[in-house]
Design a binder for this molecule. Structure first.
Ligand code: GBH
Length: 490
């Protein structure tokens, strides 16, 4: 038993799906092979070495561009039901603006998809995991409303090429990071406009997602019968005291609601409480209108209902409170501290990790899932990311095994006690990779990658064996000791 829970409680439904994830820029490498053009991460890492912790880049990364067969083998060793990866826009469509397809790029993803399917592993494909073509960035990137059509054209190309074999799609990974992260300087491009840029991007990203969804729905679903949604980065915000309840609710709307309410709520549009808050604040600041750009009625209808499930990326929690007299706002600007004028804290019992932004609070996962169901109804949830960082070489990653157990237990409780319909779970990540501004410092892999070896060999950690065992037994009622998982996969 785990934490005194009955074995039956620790059993997953038989049709529950397990996967692991990566993203193109973080693993592929081959940044300038063939006709591939550069994206914002190629540009950012090369031009702003000082902004990446170890001055590294994704030029080679895990070299998955060449090592894709090993990646499939790892997915097979783990017994994954699906492998979630992303397509590099500039590898597939080097000009970004014309829909001319790279032969080389096209073949790379064909090989990967066919190779997975040959092993009975479903490809789950993300269209956009943060690597906008540099050419489009130079034209304003996600702040330019034209990107809605640029992205839609790209999406149509991808569905045409791979829609016959890919049945689960994610349009955009974590729009919160694409917009709030980017315009607060946390990720590429190196651009700061937390007041206005963030919200222009926010609206465009939603419209781009919606157009891609509608293209799939109208042109491809009839033939291919797949499912498509987006993946949101969700922080669980907990009120520090009863007096902070409204503030915590507003923080949830800031982080989750802005990228969910327009799509998943019955009425569509921005979350009303946040729309009011930003609107009034903008006027006080001297703006002529709200910094949160309004939707037209047509746009509300375009975006509303564009989902087949809800994609949940979850890692961490924050404690929300009003600043004390004289105390200044603090926390994580991306997650609302500046905009909402709040202090974002953590509880002492939340375990620190090696990533500065990440404290582990398993119970927050269950609360988050319940919140999502309360907000958006009894819909399907697919956990598209959850995982734990470590540094250095550690094949016996006891902490990571414990993390997975604790978070998965809370997810199961949400499913079994709160009737949240979670249909699948994705571990981030299949292997160590380029962790954005952290370079290769923080590692999230079930497999350890040796980045000093040109072959980038991958070695399973204890967490890989734990996960393989979980997938095989479909039960969390597994040994407590992570050393039990050093038995290995041949
Ligand atoms: C996910 O984002 C991403 O989808 C995935 O690509 C990423 O590898 C994974 O989480 C782990 O971080 O680079 O130190 O300045 C989760 C949100 C977005 C939080 C990037 C940390 C940058 C911190 N993360 N953010 S840093």
């Amino acid at each position: 038993a785990v934490g005194g829970l009955k074995a039956s409680l620790l059993q997953f439904p038989l049709d529950f799906k397990f996967g692991a994830a990566t993203a193109a820029y973080q693993v592929e490498g081959a940044w300038n092979v063939s006709d591939k053009s550069i994206n914002i991460w190629d540009h950012y890492t090369h031009k702003h070495r000082d902004l990446v912790f170890d001055r590294s880049d994704g030029d080679v990364a895990c070299d998955s561009y060449h090592q894709w067969q090993r990646d499939i083998e790892m997915a097979e060793e783990l017994g994954l039901d699906f492998y979630r990866f992303s397509i590099s826009w500039t590898r597939l469509m080097p000009t970004a603006l014309s829909t001319v397809v790279s032969e080389d790029g096209q073949e790379y993803y064909n090989r990967l998809i066919d190779g997975l399917l040959a092993k009975g592993i479903q490809p789950v494909v993300t269209l956009y995991h943060w690597d906008v073509p540099q050419r489009l960035q130079d034209l304003g990137g996600w702040a330019n409303p034209l990107i809605v059509d640029w992205f839609a054209a790209y999406a149509r190309v991808v569905f045409t090429l791979y829609g016959d074999r890919v049945k689960t799609w994610i349009t955009i990974n974590e729009p919160l990071i694409v917009c709030d992260g980017a315009y607060n300087g946390i990720v590429a491009p190196d651009f700061h406009d937390a007041e206005v840029g963030v919200y222009l991007c926010n609206k465009n990203v939603l419209l781009a997602h919606a157009k891609a969804w509608r293209i799939y729905d109208e042109e491809f679903r009839p033939k291919y019968k797949g499912q498509i949604s987006l993946s949101n980065h969700l922080i669980w915000y907990e009120p520090a005291s009863k007096a902070d309840k409204d503030l915590a609710a507003l923080a949830m709307e800031h982080c989750a609601g802005r990228y969910s309410h327009p799509i998943f709520s019955k009425e569509g549009g921005w979350p009303p409480s946040l729309e009011k808050f930003i609107g009034e604040k903008s006027i006080k600041e001297g703006y002529r209108r709200s910094r949160l750009p309004p939707f037209t009625n047509e746009e509300i209808e375009l975006v509303r209902g564009t989902y087949d499930f809800y994609g949940v990326n979850h890692y961490t929690s924050k404690l929300v409170r009003k600043p004390k007299p004289g105390e200044s706002v603090s926390g994580w600007p991306m997650s609302g501290s500046d905009e909402l004028g709040v202090v974002l804290d953590t509880r002492p019992e939340w375990e620190s990790t090696t990533s500065w932004w990440f404290k582990a609070n398993p119970k927050g996962f269950r609360k988050l899932l319940v919140w999502l169901k309360e907000q958006y109804g009894d819909i399907k949830f697919l956990v598209t990311e959850n995982g734990y960082p470590s540094r250095g070489s550690n094949l016996e990653d006891t902490n990571r095994v414990r993390f997975y157990k604790d978070y998965l237990t809370q997810m199961l409780l949400a499913m079994k006690k709160d009737n949240v319909n979670v249909i699948g779970y994705t571990a981030w990540s299949l292997m160590d990779n380029f962790e954005w501004k952290d370079g290769y410092l923080n590692k999230f892999g079930l497999y350890e990658v040796n980045f000093t070896d040109p072959m980038r060999p991958r070695t399973p950690r204890s967490s890989a064996a734990f996960y393989a065992n979980l997938i095989k037994t479909r039960s969390l009622d597994t040994p407590e000791q992570s050393s039990a998982y050093t038995v290995w996969i041949v």
